[in-house]
Every structure is written in structure tokens, then in C-alpha cells.
Design a protein around this ligand. Structure first.
Ligand code: S3P
Length: 177
């Protein structure tokens, strides 16, 4: 076994909030790669980026992703960049988890308070940075997703129940992936 559901998508798409709700609805544990990195290293993500650089963060993230993929029966939220490498994509596919892409628009994400707080990759011009990352990453998110949720305008409760329903259908063999 492995995580049951993996949430992927860009910064600000609500992976952590939705993952917590979904895991409570399903009665299973919640894991979040960013939170695992912070608790394992004892440092904030932004401090790791600033003091050691992105490459060091990605090495740590890779190790944490492997650990998280070995944990059974969880809802696992991934940092926005954790699924991008070829290795990560293969490992996520091999886990057999139901991988859900939380798709959100720039206008919706930038309306969120604190959108760029603690997110080193969005420093400077958060909207432009976010959009430029999305131009590169959207095809990867789409490529590994078993299911895509359009989160714009939907409540946390609605998104969680949509994912739980899609997961149930997949478990019964109605959705591939
Ligand atoms: C990143 C996303 C962040 C965090 C780090 C890098 C990215 O996680 O892992 O700042 O590369 O998209 P969230 O997507 O949870 O904000």
C-alpha cells in the first residue's frame, strides 16, 4: 500500500487545507511534504531557500517524498514543486495513489490573503512569478493527475466531497489511474 490520495497543484491552490478536510472526512491520516520538511529539519521552508538555496531544498524534498510515499493509507499533500522531477513523477505513478490536481486560476489565487508569505519562489512579483511557474508546470500536473478538480469558486467542503466521491468511483473501477 501507499498513500491513498495525493494532492498536487501550485502554491495557493489549497492543498493543505483541502487535504486536512479530506483526511478528516475519510478518517485517515494527513501528511504534507512541506510540514514534514519543517518538522524534520527544524527550519522554515523560506529559511532553507535563503540560507542553502533551492537545490538543497529540492534534495531534502526528494528524501521526504520517498518517505511519505512509503506511508500507508494517508492523504498526502505535496509542495507545488515536489512532483516535477522525472523521478518524482515515476514514483508517484508507481505508488498507485489517486492523484488529484487542484486547478486554480491566477485571479482566484492572487485574491488569497498571504498568497506569497513564506513562499520564496514568489518573492518580487508574486503574480508574474506564479504565472510563469504555472506555464511550465501545468502540463506536468495534468500529466500525472488521475483526476482534476477546478477549485475556483468552490468551497472547501464541496472540493473535499468531490474528491472523496471521485476516489470512491476510482476504487470501484469507474475511473482509471
Ligand atoms: C514550492 C511550493 C511550496 C514549497 C516551496 C516551493 C514550489 O509549497 O514547497 O516554497 O516549488 O512550488 P506549497 O505549494 O505548499 O506552497
Amino acid at each position: 500500500m501507499a498513500p491513498r490520495i495525493i494532492l498536487i497543484g501550485p502554491m495557493g491552490s489549497g492543498k493543505t487545507t483541502i487535504g486536512q478536510k479530506l483526511s478528516a472526512d475519510l478518517g485517515i491520516e494527513f501528511r504534507d511534504t512541506d510540514q514534514m520538511i519543517v518538522s524534520q529539519s527544524g527550519r522554515e521552508i523560506s529559511d532553507i531557500f535563503i540560507e542553502e538555496g533551492e537545490e538543497a531544498f529540492r534534495s531534502l524534498e526528494k528524501i521526504i517524498l520517498r518517505t511519505a510515499l512509503l506511508e500507508d493509507s494517508t492523504v498526502l499533500a505535496l509542495g507545488g514543486g515536489a512532483c516535477l522531477s522525472f523521478d518524482a513523477q515515476s514514483a508517484i505513478r508507481a505508488s498507485g495513489a489517486f492523484t488529484v490536481y487542484l486547478k486554480i486560476s491566477l485571479s482566484q489565487v492572487s485574491a488569497r490573503v498571504g498568497f506569497n508569505q513564506g513562499r520564496p519562489l514568489l518573492m518580487g512579483n508574486p503574480r508574474a512569478q506564479w504565472q510563469s511557474l504555472m506555464n511550465e508546470r501545468a502540463p506536468i500536473y495534468e500529466g500525472i493527475a488521475s483526476y482534476i478538480v477546478e477549485v475556483d469558486g468552490q468551497s472547501i467542503d464541496d472540493i473535499s466531497s468531490e474528491i472523496a466521491f471521485a476516489y470512491e468511483l476510482r476504487s470501484r473501477g469507474s475511473i482509471d489511474g
